[in-house]
Design a protein around this ligand. Sequence first.
Ligand SMILES: [Zn+2]
Length: 162
Amino acid sequence: MTSSPACWAAFGAVLAGEYADRSLFAVHRLSVDAYAIQHPGQPSAPPAAQSVGLHLVRLTLQLERGLTPERANAVMVQLTEHKARFHWLEPPASRGEITVAHVAPAVEPAQHEQAVRAWARSALDAWQSHRTAVERWLNLAYVPYRNSYLRRCGVTRSLRQS
Ligand SMILES: [Zn+2]
């Protein structure tokens, strides 16, 4: 991850606000993901490709599959087993109109949450051209996760019927 000092300082302020107010924890992972994919680093550093891939997946799970931050994170943790299959994605020319600089001044909780959601949307949309790769990686962990969840639900039902 590479970022300017001003950007890094603004991100620090955003995180501090989120740690200080429990109600903002719901959007905390969106902030981390949005920042990471807007600062993708260099292709010469292999962990960068994996980091960007993991954050793109977690963001997609939250914004497009409607997973709670906890579930999206659980899938991402399982996905780390497959991260050797991730490859570098050429970062888009524009990383999104909304950045951490727009979020940092929004200190009032409702405002902050709204700003983070707009930021996360903007950051993810910027990577739209890599959607196919992101979906493929996402499914490596999401499909098994969803199936085991459904199985657990099935077990609960059959127990109740007996
Ligand atoms: Zn920056």
